[in-house]
Design a protein around this ligand. Structure first.
Ligand code: G6P
Length: 367
């Protein structure tokens, strides 16, 4: 099927805008019709028998895995290991009893991820994958392939595939939590309800695009940009920095907020914007003190938070972007929108080729 830009200037813009729709489809596909239970495709998966989950991927899919590690650990009390495929495959890690291996790939054809999967064949109890292309090599070689239902993604910088990967990974973590009895029924029900409402919040976040574009025009003047996040928002900071460097060619790095003082704070001066992705969650106070350390060194903070977070932590910041408030478990999916749109509009301001960034390929099928 031929895919066009549907009135958008770039495929990336179209794919960002499609997220409320495709996320809604992915969520509905994995929930019972009344929305109160999770139904997974393929053979029944017994999460109580899993001693360790090993997740392997490349690029943006790797950051989806890093995010999911927080969910599987916190919601399902499941030990998780995450690695980039190019390291995993050559390290020859032991795959011990009770290990389930999970590979995440938009294309399902990334050479390193496929090789890592083949390394686990005959060693892992089960091989699972989370893919966008159901007929891909990675899907075919898995015991169970979970489709993310994002639809064709053309933009080299992954956007809707990332949020759909996160959504499917969260549903797997919730099912694991249910089976392992690590989440009480009321919280489980509440999370499913909040997840079903998430596409609506993503729509509201998308309405903030003009403000994000204005902030991006200022970011476009920088040579280096830092991204900070804590807890489940740390992998999203990594993804925000990756998106920005991929398409705007501005040097961007991400750190866990608490690591700032262990090195990167040396880089802070009035020329280095610091993008802080921080909903008002249980770790927010700690992030505010990290921001204050930045501002005390004349650093320019762009704080992305909700109303409560901006009220509490907005003083002295350079710029702010307001997000709707959201269940803290779901915040990486919602805050992916400003991460994507900041990168997109920074690239537009710089005049770079958004859909076909230099030196990058959509799918890396060679080593
Ligand atoms: C390439 C793409 C990235 C993608 C990565 C992994 O580097 O440019 O956007 O995240 O490959 O691709 P996959 O298809 O395995 O998710």
């Amino acid at each position: 099927t031929r895919v066009d830009k549907g009135g958008h200037k770039h495929f990336m813009a179209k794919e960002i805008a499609e997220q409320p729709t495709v996320l809604g489809e992915a969520i509905r596909n994995y929930l019972s019709s009344d929305g109160t239970a999770i139904s997974l495709p393929g053979d029944a998966l017994d999460f109580t028998k899993i001693n360790r989950l090993t997740m392997v991927a490349c690029g943006t899919a790797f950051y989806a895995c890093l995010t999911a590690k927080y969910w599987f650990e916190q919601l399902a009390n499941m030990p998780v290991e995450v690695d980039v495929a190019s390291e995993f495959r050559y390290r020859e890690p032991p795959v011990t009893e009770g290990t389930v291996a999970l590979f995440v790939s938009q294309s399902g054809e990334t050479a390193d991820t496929l090789a890592a999967l083949r390394y686990c064949e005959g060693k892992a109890d089960k091989i699972l994958s989370v893919v966008n292309v159901p007929e891909s090599s990675i899907a075919r070689e898995s015991d169970i392939a979970f489709p993310i239902l994002a639809g064709t993604e053309i933009g080299v910088a992954s956007t809707k595939a990332f949020t759909c990967q996160l959504t499917v990974l969260l549903l797997l973590a919730l099912e694991a939590a249910k089976q392992r009895g690590t989440l009480d029924d009321a919280r489980f029900a509440e999370l499913l309800k909040n997840l079903s409402a998430l596409p609506g919040l993503v729509n509201i976040a998308l309405d903030g695009e003009p403000q994000m574009a204005a902030a991006a025009r200022k970011l476009a003047e920088a040579r280096d940009i830092l991204f900070l996040g804590r807890g489940v928002m740390y992998p999203l900071a990594l993804e925000g920095a990756l998106k920005l460097k991929e398409i705007s060619y501005i040097h961007a790095e991400a750190y866990a907020s608490g690591e700032l003082k262990h090195g990167p704070i040396a880089l802070i001066d009035k020329h280095v914007p610091v993008v802080v992705l921080a909903p008002r969650d249980s770790l927010f106070d700690k992030t505010v003190s990290n921001m204050q350390e930045v501002m005390a060194r004349a650093g320019k903070v762009l704080l992305v938070s909700d109303r409560a977070g901006l009220d509490e932590g907005g003083d002295g910041t350079w710029l702010t972007l307001q997000m709707p408030s959201v269940d803290p478990v779901l915040s990486p999916i919602l805050y992916a929108v400003p991460a994507q749109l900041l990168a997109y509009h920074t690239a537009i301001a710089k005049g770079t080729d958004v859909d076909q960034p230099r030196n990058l390929a959509k799918s890396v099928t060679v080593e």
